[in-house]
Structure formats: structure tokens, C-alpha cells
Design a protein. Structure first.
Length: 408
């Protein structure tokens, strides 16, 4: 350990490059505070500055926890990776007050089932080599448990991807990421999809990536999230799953900026959206309903079954409810609607769905006047002003019930 005035420096002789440190022996018990580093600087490595589980991919190696690692006031400059798996499944690592400058691969390339906490850190030029798999924080796929906590983190110019992991639990608070250019990869991949998997995000500003994918099954909560124009896919349990996703007090999105938002088997409260098209797929996970206010979208399509959707103050292009099962119709109630239709079919379409639209305005192309179509078992209702007040009351009443449930 060093101190604030006298750091410990690991680098090659006379500033030359070197391989990095490797930790290869696992312990099943007594791992707390096994490896501690404070005020330590790493520079000019050709591989991972810290390799956990093997000698940089060679023998000796271990496929178990070779930590715990507890680090603070550490820096990494011109490295292959700051911290990387070398097997080391389930390794526990906590790092705070850290800086990373130029990692040719991912800044953190973690093992399966790792338990990782990163706080009060700065990362610059992660994945400077532009690897398709790289980013700021990634892990080797195959986790059935594990967790990632990111708090008070600033990231600049992480190429291709930002965060892409498959740990069971992901918790992010106060993360800002900027890039000089738009990136082609994921702002967030949360692929942990098993029973008990959760995602929590508060105040994440990362507008320069192309997409996000979320598969958390038990709980998804997002507040104050700006992902620019990234298309977001939420499929609890994975895209091939039929399991019911989160709903009620376990599901909320509040203040989201993104591209298209596609939600499958997921019924959150939705407030303050600024997105592209909103698509709702699969079977509704519960009768709790999708409800909220201030939806600024480029279209709303419920293509699943059994959903109760209640929205107030809605901007959109089209509104569609289409279910293949007459025994499980959708019920969509929208008030204060401002729709400007740009297609060539119908601005409002219902099949095995009831769509109720409150006060508002639907603007059609001048050459097309077929505003709505009620297909098989479809019903479309336009409400007068007095009834709109009842719709708004019901939306607010249901939201208050959910808040009270959460408090208890």
C-alpha cells in the first residue's frame, strides 16, 4: 500500500511495457481483504494489469474466486485491460476512487458470476482498439449469478459498447458517458435472465450508443435515463422465454429518452417518455396494467394480449391494439392525445382490443381520410370531455395504489 504522497508504481523497467500481475490461487473461505491495494499506479502493460484466475490465459489457473480484491486510489495508464478474468469465476472485486486512461481492450473484462462494485471512478479511452466485443465494462458470458454495482462513474470515449454483462443483478447510479462520435454497440446489455435477476438504474446519461437490451426477470426500475436515440429491447427472461416479467411495484420507467422502446411480457408504470415507437408484445404478465403520463412517442402498438394500458398526455403517430386471442383482449385508454398520422393504413386500429381515446386531435394526411378501423372484436371509442376527467382520475388513482403498495 502507498499513500496520497507516495504511490506505488508498477511498470516495466525504464518505463518499458510488461505483461501485468496475475493472481491464480483460489480460496473457498476467508477471502475478505485477501488482496488490498491503495494508492497504486499501473502503467504500460501489454495484457491485463491485473489478471484474476490464470497467468494471463495460461497455467496455472483456477476457475473459482481468486479474490477478494479491495482497491482504492488506483490508476491504470496504457494497459491492455485494467482488470480481467483468467477463469476466476465468482471473483469478488471492489474498487473506488480509480482512474483508467487508455485500455486497448475493455477497461474491465470480468469473469462469470463475479461480484463487482465500482465507485467514484473515471474511465477514458476504454476499448481503444475498437474490438467488437469490447467496451467499458464487460464479462465473459455464462453467469448464473453475480452482480455489478456502478456508482458515481464518468466514462469518456468507450468505443463500440459501454456496459455489457450477464450478471443476475445490475445496479447503476449516477453514470455519465460521452463519446466524440456515435458508437455502433450497446449502451447497456443486461443479459442476466434467471429467477431473481434485477436491474436498477438512476440518473444515467449516455446518449451516444445504438441499442440496449434488458432481460432481467424479477425487477426492472429505471429513472432519469438518457440513452439518446438507442433502441431499447426489454424481454424478461430472454427473447425465447414465455415467463411473466415484472409488473406492479417491481416495474417502473420514469423519465426515459431513447429510440424505439420494445417491451415484451413487461407491465411497468411509464412516465415522462421521449422515445421513438413504443411496442408492447407478448402476454401481459398481470392485471396491474401499464399506466402513466407524458408519453412523447412516434407510435404506440400493443401487439400482445391481455394488456391494460392507461396513458394521459400522449403524443404519437399511430395507435394500434392487435391481439390474436379473443379471450384475452387488450384495453387501451389514452387521454389528451395529440396524434399526427404519417402512414397509409389507419391512425387507430383495433383487433381483439378496445381503444378509448379522450380529448385531443388526430391529424391525417390530406390525401388519406381513413382515420380508424375496428377489425375482429375491435372497438374504438372517442370520449367527450366530462368522461375524460374520469379517465385521468382512474389513472392517477391506480398509480397512487401502486405507490402505497410499494411503501408497505
Amino acid at each position: 500500500m502507498g499513500n496520497s504522497t507516495d504511490h506505488i508504481l508498477f511498470e516495466g523497467q525504464q518505463g518499458a511495457t510488461w505483461k501485468g500481475l496475475a493472481f491464480t490461487a483460489a480460496c473457498s473461505t476467508g477471502t475478505d481483504d485477501r488482496h488490498e491495494m491503495s494508492y497504486v499506479d499501473f502503467a504500460n502493460t501489454t495484457d491485463a494489469a491485473i489478471a484474476a484466475g490464470s497467468r494471463h490465459g495460461s497455467s496455472p489457473s483456477s476457475n473459482a474466486n481468486v479474490g477478494n480484491f479491495t482497491m482504492d486510489h488506483v490508476t491504470f495508464s496504457n494497459v491492455g485491460t485494467a482488470f480481467k478474468h483468467g477463469s476466476g469465476q465468482g471473483t469478488v472485486m471492489t474498487m473506488s476512487d480509480f482512474e483508467i486512461n487508455d485500455a486497448s481492450g475493455a477497461c474491465f473484462d470480468l469473469a462469470e458470476d463475479s461480484e463487482v462494485t465500482l465507485r467514484d471512478g473515471e474511465m477514458t479511452d476504454c476499448n481503444s482498439g475498437g474490438n467488437s466485443w469490447g467496451g467499458a465494462v464487460i464479462n465473459y458470458p455464462g453467469s448464473t449469478s453475480g452482480s455489478l454495482i456502478l456508482e458515481n462513474i464518468d466514462i469518456e470515449d468507450s468505443l463500440v459498447n459501454l456496459v455489457d454483462v450477464d450478471f443476475a443483478n445490475v445496479w447503476i447510479s449516477n453514470l455519465t458517458a460521452t463519446s466524440a462520435n456515435g458508437q455502433s454497440g450497446s449502451v447497456l446489455g443486461a443479459a442476466g435472465s434467471g429467477t431473481g435477476s434485477t436491474l436498477y438504474i438512476y440518473n444515467m446519461d449516455a446518449p451516444d450508443y445504438s441499442d440496449a437490451s434488458i432481460e432481467s426477470l424479477d425487477s426492472i426500475e429505471m429513472e432519469m435515463v438518457d440513452w439518446g436515440s438507442a433502441d431499447v429491447s426489454i424481454a424478461p427472461g430472454g427473447t425465447s422465454s414465455t415467463a411473466a416479467g415484472p409488473s406492479g411495484t417491481s416495474a417502473s420507467i420514469d423519465d426515459l429518452t431513447a429510440g424505439d422502446l420494445t417491451m415484451t411480457r413487461f407491465a411497468p408504470t411509464l412516465d415522462d417518455l421521449s422515445i421513438g415507437a413504443l411496442s408492447i408484445l407478448g402476454n401481459s404478465p398481470s392485471s396491474d396494467g401499464i399506466m402513466g403520463a407524458n408519453w412523447d412517442t412516434e407510435g404506440i402498438a400493443v401487439s400482445g394480449c391481455g394488456y391494460n394500458v392507461l396513458g394521459d398526455t400522449v403524443t404519437t403517430d399511430y395507435i394500434s391494439g392487435s391481439c390474436s386471442n379473443s379471450a384475452s383482449p387488450n384495453n387501451i385508454i389514452l387521454s389528451d392525445v395529440d396524434a399526427t398520422y404519417t402512414g397509409t393504413m389507419n391512425a387507430v386500429y383495433a383487433r381483439n382490443s378496445k381503444i378509448t381515446i379522450g380529448e385531443g386531435e388526430i391529424t391525417m394526411p390530406s390525401s388519406y381520410d381513413k382515420m380508424s378501423k375496428a377489425s375482429t372484436n375491435g372497438r374504438i371509442v372517442l370520449l367527450e370531455k366530462e368522461k375524460i376527467l374520469m379517465v385521468k382520475f382512474f389513472v392517477n388513482f391506480r398509480k397512487k395504489l401502486l405507490i402505497k403498495e410499494q411503501q408497505f
